[in-house]
Design a protein. Structure first.
Length: 62
């Protein structure tokens, strides 16, 4: 976990915004989140929607 904390700290210093790993663990361990499922819309996982959105932007071509 030490490496993960260093990575998260570096990301925060670089301007990334997000919860700390401990907060995520506590949130997911909560009773109401035991049946957590990945975010989906239109039958697609969020990761696929993000990729499609990124690919649709002409200024983000690799």
């Amino acid at each position: 976990m030490a490496l993960q904390k260093r990575v998260v700290a570096a990301l925060h210093r670089a301007g990334a915004v997000g919860p700390d790993p401990e907060e995520v663990v506590q949130y997911l361990a909560g009773r109401e989140n035991q049946r957590w499922t990945p975010i989906q819309a239109g039958g697609k996982p969020a990761s696929q929607m993000i990729i499609e959105e990124r690919d649709s932007r002409p200024w983000v071509r690799w």
